[in-house]
Design a protein around this ligand. Structure first.
Ligand SMILES: *Cc1c(COP(=O)(O)O)cnc(C)c1O
Length: 387
């Protein structure tokens, strides 16, 4: 077996990034909201199907804009999973709101829609649906609940670029959707993100918040005669250098996801026999499709076995990792948030989930090597193999 280390993740460069960056520099202005920003936003609007897309410097920033647009203030509550990245919660805590954690489903590892209504109080303002690994949450049920109770539905689609729920792109279903182009995601720009505005009533205010609380957008369109401070806001937009890099990636997005799906399916078929022996569980999806193949994970039998497999893989030049430390158990989570009921699945999954290497230019033979190492780990452990 090769001695080469297989990293957990590796940023993938499609080819035209530097060419577009050079073009952005030659355009003479590299601040935000220029030609490449417009190109990227148009691409997202056309290919995903949303009313308006605004590029941001991260998904974290897009979530912060969503929290402002949802008018979330001190004491308000926002329902979300605890099994997610910190930014999902932080964006609302920054507005003085209280994240209310609900447990996840044991198949998709997404917010359990059957538990959401019980978490609603008269302070609830919004529900955040996190599409874990690009697998859709049950958006029909969540949308119905939000409609019935007058709540904002916000999608944290950080991991879900070009993933769909039937015909609808994830991020375009709730009132607002947030994408990430961080270098660990499928389509990247180093740091980067986008806010998708699906409710037309929110577009005008979103542009103002995006442009530091000014009406600069309306001014540059000639709709108002002076440019002034009109609302709260911040500098949420990325520079043209980031947008130029991103545009090259977006053009390549479907091909990136197609290759990742091939790798995902290879993992799945090579590991199926071991899973059938009960050594671990493979990802379970609602329709047997890998969505955008953002993450490939195993659910091990115990936290001890997970620790041992990660160490074994490391010895064999394979970097595997785990996540998340559930937010409800974290120091800030204990301080700023609360849970609705017990979160047994969140706690259990966070101890047993192991992520295998998956990156956009990974080779099939690297997947085969990882799978061979996993098989060897279980061979070397007669006690588990004989169970
Ligand atoms: C990556 C990620 C984020 C944060 O994205 P950034 O672009 O790094 O700010 C937020 N939520 C989830 C679920 C993520 O996976």
């Amino acid at each position: 077996m090769s001695k080469q280390v297989i990293p957990f993740n590796k940023p993938f460069v499609v080819g035209k990034e530097l060419f577009y960056i050079a073009q952005a520099v030659m355009n003479g202005s590299i601040a935000g909201d220029g030609e490449f920003t417009t190109l990227c936003q148009g691409w997202l609007e056309n290919n995903l199907g949303c009313e308006k897309a605004l590029l941001t410097h991260s998904c974290t920033a897009a979530l912060e804009m969503a929290a402002i647009l949802a008018d979330v203030g001190p004491g308000d509550e926002v329902i979300m999973p605890s099994f997610t990245f910190v930014s999902t919660a932080n964006a609302f805590v920054l507005r003085g709101a209280v994240p209310v954690f609900v447990d996840i489903r044991d198949d998709t590892l997404n917010l359990d829609e059957r538990l959401v209504e019980a978490a609603i109080t008269d302070k609830t303002k919004a529900v955040v649906a996190v599409h874990y690994a690009g697998q859709p949450c049950d958006m029909d049920v969540l949308a119905q609940i939000c409609e019935k109770h007058g709540l904002f539905l916000i999608e944290d689609a950080a991991q879900a670029i070009l993933a769909r729920d039937r015909k609808r792109a994830l991020g375009t279903i709730g009132h607002l959707g947030c994408l990430s182009f961080h270098e660990t995601k499928n389509v990247i720009s180093g740091e980067g993100g986008a806010l998708l505005i699906n409710d037309p009533r929110l577009v005008e205010r979103a542009e103002i918040i995006w442009q530091k609380g000014t009406n600069r957008k309306a001014f540059s369109r000639g709709e108002v005669s002076k440019y002034t401070w009109v609302d709260v806001g911040s500098s949420f937009l990325p520079s043209e250098l980031t947008a130029a890099f991103l545009y090259a990636q977006l053009e390549h997005g479907e091909r990136i996801n197609k290759h990742r799906r091939t790798l995902y399916e290879k993992y799945f078929s090579l590991l199926r026999p071991l899973a059938a022996d009960g050594l671990f569980q493979l990802p379970r999806t609602l329709d047997d499709k890998p969505a955008n193949a953002h993450i490939f994970y195993l659910l091990m039998r115990s936290v001890e076995e997970r620790t041992a497999l990660i160490a074994f893989l490391r010895e064999h030049g394979v970097n595997a990792v785990f996540h998340y430390v559930p937010l409800h158990d974290s120091p800030a989570g204990l301080r700023y948030a609360r849970s609705s009921g017990q979160l047994p699945i969140t706690t259990d999954v966070s101890q047993r989930l192991l992520r295998l290497p998956l990156f956009s230019d990974m080779r099939s033979r690297q997947v085969a090597h990882v799978c061979a190492c996993i098989a060897r780990f279980f061979q070397d452990k007669p006690s588990s193999a004989s169970r």
